[in-house]
Design a protein around this ligand. Structure first.
Ligand SMILES: NC(=O)c1ccc[n+]([C@@H]2O[C@H](COP(=O)([O-])OP(=O)(O)OC[C@H]3O[C@@H](n4cnc5c(N)ncnc54)[C@H](OP(=O)(O)O)[C@@H]3O)[C@@H](O)[C@H]2O)c1
Length: 315
């Protein structure tokens, strides 16, 4: 990989896309290609082809998607299904037509069956029933992996599929309704503190366990995969499409997470769990040995990363 290579970061304004953009800038990459959604809707393949007709791309990071928490997922199933399928179809067809040297496809740990043996290995894919609250999102992402596999096996297209655990970081969506668990919780506690409310109501029982990765650690995982030599991949993955989990091995219960956020925000009221709302999968910690064997490892401890996100919002 050269500092002059042309790297397209799809979804560069999002949580993950903005972190990889920042990292590549810091590392001195000079030809980073970004385009706002208003200018180019990535669901529209013909527009995508037209936009890139005279633009060369060497590498592509697919960080554009419709993503969100449990409520956003279960109440917008059609959008989570179609948007993700359409975006990834456009981008993967583009990778194929423009003979992009390497593409990083971003999936999710939601692709694995609800009752997978933990820590979940990549081999668990398609071995059981999915969690209902996010199955449209998961099935769209599985379709993306299968298209990557087809392009890789039939056309030797160089693609690496990453399956990150839950991501958090500064440029997250802090909506109380549509956000993922951490940003939604932070917003609820911040609002309760500001308004002097006596309690904060959270969804579910608080019992599920979750593994979280800071978006800067995920950006390093993406960078590791952009750089890794093809010969090493072929050797390690026996010429098969590399599918790699990206997690930290650190787990925390939703209840303990809420207590940490409460403490870092300085809220003094009570936490109430609405046990009538869904919990999602009970436990989905990942086995990330494959990417660790490629030389990546997480650097940000969960407590430090979470505190940094909350402290930076106070500034
Ligand atoms: N966040 C997580 O916990 C998590 C966990 C596992 C995997 N992932 C995966 O990681 C990837 C990045 O997620 P994220 O959390 O960074 O998502 P995000 O913050 O919601 O960012 C998504 C980006 O995609 C862009 N986008 C969405 N629809 C588009 C369209 N039709 N045309 C052009 N751009 C479009 C958005 O543009 P705007 O800025 O204009 O809205 C945004 O920049 C996704 O593939 C996601 O599935 C995320």
């Amino acid at each position: 990989m050269k500092k002059t290579d042309r790297i397209f970061i799809a979804g560069h304004n999002g949580l993950v896309g903005s972190s990889i953009l920042e990292l590549l800038k810091k590392r001195g990459f000079k030809n980073l290609i970004t385009v706002n959604r208003k200018k180019l809707d990535l669901r529209k393949f013909n527009d995508v082809v037209k936009y890139f007709k005279k633009r060369k791309i060497d590498y592509m990071v697919m960080a554009a998607a419709r993503a969100g928490g449990i409520i956003a997922n279960s109440s917008n199933q059609k959008e989570f299904f179609l948007d993700n399928i359409e975006i990834q179809n456009s981008l993967l067809k583009l990778a194929h037509e423009k003979k992009i040297k390497r593409t990083i496809f971003l999936g999710t740990s939601c692709i694995y069956p609800k009752f997978s043996k933990t820590p979940i290995s990549e081999e668990s894919l398609l071995t059981g029933t999915l969690e209902k609250t996010n199955q449209c999102y998961a099935i769209a992402k599985i379709a993306g992996i299968k298209l990557c596999e087809a392009l890789h096996d039939d056309y030797k297209q160089d693609i690496i599929c990453l399956m990150p655990t839950n991501v958090y970081g500064e440029r997250d969506n802090f909506s109380k309704i549509n956000g993922h668990v951490i940003p939604a919780m932070i917003s609820k506690f911040e609002e309760a503190k500001k308004k002097g409310l006596g309690n904060v109501k959270l969804l579910g029982t608080g019992k599920p366990l979750r593994e979280f990765i800071h978006s800067r650690d995920l950006a390093m995982a993406i960078f590791t995969c952009l750089k890794v030599k093809k010969a090493l991949l072929n050797k390690k993955f026996d010429f098969k499409l590399p599918i790699l989990n990206v997690g930290t091995k650190e787990e925390i219960s939703i209840k303990n997470l809420s207590q940490l956020i409460k403490k870092y925000i300085g809220y003094r009221g009570k936490i109430k769990f609405d046990k009538s709302s869904p919990d999602g999968t009970y436990r989905k910690n990942l086995n990330s040995d494959k990417i660790i064997n490629l030389g990546w490892s997480p650097q940000i401890s969960f407590k430090d990363g979470l505190k940094e996100v909350i402290d930076n919002r106070k500034k």
